[in-house]
Design a protein around this ligand. Structure first.
Ligand code: PLP
Length: 434
């Protein structure tokens, strides 16, 4: 018997989701025991959570290796070791610049997307003159931008969070309406991490340019996956993160257009031309550089290959499972991402049930301090809390194979069926349909 087709006991995952009313602690222990048993059976695992993080590309790992072991100098040192590190870092700067069609001197290395976003928002606002300062962003930003904006609000900055339509795409006219004479910054993400929807940056860039307002974009989910050209998009700052493009975790970059005035987030040495103090993570930066180069090199074929796999997964699910809808605009989307609402399932229970079968995906919902808050992105596109909690994100990457999609399509319908079979709401809905 195909182990994938075998039915498994979902009581553990259901308990975890709170359906059986068990204490969460015991349920978690039970789930992890069940997961361990499955691990021991050496099952095939499928990773469909590439928007959370990606597998490190082997070439990236190999490129980084010498900078951990032999070329361990501090890039600020004047001796041979230091100069080796510095040269490697400058090569990486060129590679990242090429990915964005920017100049190497406009790239500042950071600890990742969160730092880049914070550096852009705080940096611009703190450097801006005037008593009253206003920032325009959107309701669907990642928390790295949203919470930075909220922290600015606590410091007296006024922030407008522009709403999006049901498609999860912001209307540039709404951005325009939100602008005020004292607006110092517009920050709109390039691709949304939950829905994959791509925002109309070119139009917003034009609005910002005409009014001399700085424009930042969080391109953490798009860089290395779809073309990103800072000139074409009209952005002054752009955040990216290595671990989303098959590079290492804890390293990223902020593109800062020449002439942009921003105050550094931290105080320290003169690294990164006084724009970001701290000894650089040389190995990580080398990894980011190679990941950027590989992302660019693979892009022409990957755009179609991964979109075809995503479409096959999406169509396969819609064909096999009733009462499923696609969240967000399907045309303006990353090729890697689909977000689906499965009526009458509870997202977290689904993720655990799939994980027990070897498939990693994720909910759109963020779990904060034990209470399940529906995702702010799914709420922003008008989903009811129960629809948001029934939504699952599948995100593919360069290492996703057709076999991964086949395995998922083989396993998923039974998982949904079994979860729905314990939902009284589903049973009554099915009965009333008859
Ligand atoms: N921005 C977006 C859109 C993201 O998806 C993420 C990561 O999930 C971040 C920012 C934060 O990046 P990092 O994990 O490198 O701090």
């Amino acid at each position: 018997m195909n182990p994938a087709a075998e039915r498994i006991d979902f009581s553990a995952s259901l308990g975890y989701a709170g359906f059986l009313g068990e204490s969460r602690k015991n349920a978690v222990a039970e789930v992890s025991r069940a997961a361990n048993r499955k691990l021991k059976e050496n099952m095939k695992r499928v990773y469909l959570d590439n928007n959370a993080t990606t597998q490190l590309a082997p070439e990236v790992f190999e490129a980084m290796r010498p900078y951990w072991l032999e070329d361990y100098g501090n890039a600020s040192s004047i001796h041979w070791f230091g100069q080796r590190a510095k040269a490697a870092m400058e090569k990486a700067r060129e590679q990242v610049a090429r990915l964005l069609n920017a100049r190497a001197s406009e790239i500042v290395f950071t600890s990742g997307g969160t730092e880049s976003d914070n550096a852009a928002l705080f940096g611009i606002v703190e450097a801006a003159r005037g008593e009253r300062k206003h920032v325009v962003s959107t309701a669907i930003e990642h928390h790295a931008v949203l919470n930075a904006a909220k922290a600015l609000e606590k410091r007296g900055v006024s922030v407008t969070y522009v709403r999006v339509g049901a498609g999860g795409v912001v209307d540039p006219a709404d951005i325009e309406r939100a602008l005020r004479p004292e607006t110092v910054l517009i920050s709109v993400m390039h691709a949304n991490n939950e829905l994959g929807t791509i925002q109309p940056l070119e139009e917003i860039g034009r609005l910002a340019g005409e009014r001399d307002i700085y424009f930042h974009t969080d391109a953490v989910q798009s860089a290395g996956k779809i073309p990103v050209d800072v000139g074409r998009l009209g952005v002054d700052m752009l955040s990216l993160s290595a671990h989303k493009l098959h590079g290492p975790k804890g390293v990223g970059a902020l593109y800062i257009r020449k002439g942009t005035i921003l105050r550094p987030l931290m105080h320290g040495g003169h690294h990164e031309r006084d724009r970001r103090p701290g000894t650089e993570n040389v190995a990580g930066i080398v990894g980011l550089g190679v990941a950027a180069e590989l992302g660019l090199a693979h892009m022409p074929e990957e755009l179609d290959r991964v979109a075809a796999l995503r479409d096959r997964l999406e169509a396969g699910i819609l064909e096999r499972v009733p009462r499923v809808t696609v969240n967000g605009d399907r045309t303006r989307r990353l090729p890697t991402t689909t977000n689906l609402a499965f009526d009458y399932i509870e997202g977290e229970g689904f993720v655990i049930a799939m994980d027990l079968r070897g498939i990693a995906c994720s909910t759109g919902a963020a779990c904060s301090s034990g209470s399940l808050e529906p995702s702010h992105v799914l709420s922003a596109i008008g989903l009811k809390p129960e629809q948001a909690r029934a939504s699952i994100r599948f995100s593919l990457g360069r290492f996703t194979t057709p076999e991964d999609i086949d395995t998922t399509l083989h396993i998923l319908p039974a998982v949904v069926e079994q979860l729905r079979s314990v939902s009284p709401h589903y049973r009554s809905a099915v009965t009333s349909d008859k």
